[in-house]
Design a protein around this ligand. Structure first.
Ligand SMILES: Cc1cc2nc3c(=O)[nH]c(=O)nc-3n(C[C@H](O)[C@H](O)[C@H](O)COP(=O)(O)O)c2cc1C
Length: 358
């Protein structure tokens, strides 16, 4: 089983790189970053050089509300990419998440592909496991091993039900997952373990589901929504049989977009740490995600495209993104992230029926 997942990981990277596995928010028929605007400050009354988007996450200072979302590990190419991304994240001062560590728990010798702490000694690192594994024999000890393997500051449990159901041979038995998450969170809290975060992979988290996760003991949510990499489309593209290829097409634009997903999670809970990934493509998108209520935004496939080139390309990409965020903060006349969160001057589309405080 782990071997099948390993070869799937390699095809995932290739299929994410060509840009053909992305679905725009427009195709998902939902609120996209492109429909949001800021009301400019004609008089910014701020020195651009003094703008500071830094913040604290998981007890550590990070340079900006941005992270590299989890993608890879468990194969040679993945190990190289993880090293490049982790080193770049450390240079710039941003958090980094490794991809699913299941293979490292099941196949001897693969843990090293994920062990990036030596290259990233100071930044927040996220461990990663699939939540569905918790009803397939994984327990607290597996989760603890994943955390210790990389010296993580938090554990991400990914919730990728729609990806699994479209994937050929995917894990489709999801009853009991919430109960298992509750047990895991309880055990982690008792042991004084790291915070457990739940994450979607690109279909969004509505308010009712966010509430259930928070009630289960989840301490942070990545509400990854539609508008970027579509894991149904991607699985359909790499499927061998027509049944799964068709499923991928039919469900390509499933779910809530990322802006909608941010609003939904904030409707459920005002203060839970909220990471927003899925279609974040610039520092302006990061600014919009934060203005909607995200704590931090996450980028996956654009960083992967840079990482394929070099560590330097990742640094450049992250620095450009932070510069764009700072320009947006300047444009609305705010110096710190706290000022920006208080007065983002965000304009929501008229007639969308959506408001930031609903
Ligand atoms: C090649 C690739 C592999 C991924 N693998 C994982 C994974 O192992 N675990 C996980 O939680 N998310 C995984 N993701 C999902 C991303 O972290 C992210 O939530 C999603 O791709 C949406 O972001 P994007 O539109 O910026 O790509 C992966 C994404 C990519 C592109």
């Amino acid at each position: 089983m782990a071997k099948r997942k390993l070869s799937a990981k390699a095809s995932h990277i290739d299929a994410a790189l060509d840009g053909k596995s992305e679905v725009s928010a427009a195709r998902a028929r939902g609120l996209g970053f492109d429909e949001l605007r800021f009301t400019p400050a004609t008089l910014p009354e701020v020195d651009f050089e003094a703008i500071d988007p830094s913040l604290e996450l998981l007890g550590k200072r990070i340079a900006a509300p941005l992270m590299i979302s989890p993608m890879t590990g468990g194969l040679k190419k993945g190990a190289i990419l993880n090293r490049r991304m982790a080193r770049a994240a450390e240079i710039v001062g941003l958090p980094f998440g490794v991809g699913s560590q299941r293979v490292a728990l099941e196949v001897k010798g693969r843990a090293k592909d994920f062990q990036v702490r030596k290259w990233a000694p100071t930044i927040p690192l996220f461990a990663n496991l699939g939540a569905v594994q918790l009803v397939k024999g994984y327990g607290v000890d597996h989760a603890q091993r994943a955390v210790e393997m990389i010296g993580a500051d938090a554990l991400y449990l990914h919730l990728n039900a729609m990806q699994e159901v479209v994937q050929e041979g995917g894990d489709t038995q999801w009853s009991g997952v919430l109960k298992a998450i509750t047990a895991l969170c309880e055990a982690f809290q008792k042991r004084g373990g790291v915070p457990v975060f739940a994450r979607e992979v690109g279909f969004g988290v509505p308010a009712d589901q966010a509430r259930r996760l928070i009630d289960a003991g989840i301490q942070g949510i990545d509400c990854a929504g539609a508008g970027g990499t579509s894991w149904t489309l991607l699985e359909g593209r790499i499927a061998r049989g027509t049944v799964h290829q068709n499923l991928g097409q039919t469900f390509a634009a499933w779910g809530l977009t990322t802006p909608e997903s941010i609003l939904e999670v904030r409707r459920a809970h005002q203060t839970v740490p909220l990471i927003a990934s899925g279609g974040v493509r610039s520092g302006l998108d990061v600014a919009k995600a934060v203005a909607l209520g995200a704590t931090v935004a996450g980028m996956a496939s654009p960083v992967l495209r840079a990482a394929i080139k070099s560590e330097g390309a990742v640094v450049k990409h992250l620095e450009r993104t932070i510069l764009e965020l700072k320009v947006a903060m300047f444009g609305v006349g705010t110096r710190t992230l706290a000022d920006f969160r208080r007065q983002p001057r965000l304009v929501l589309p008229v007639g969308s029926g959506i408001s930031r405080d609903r």
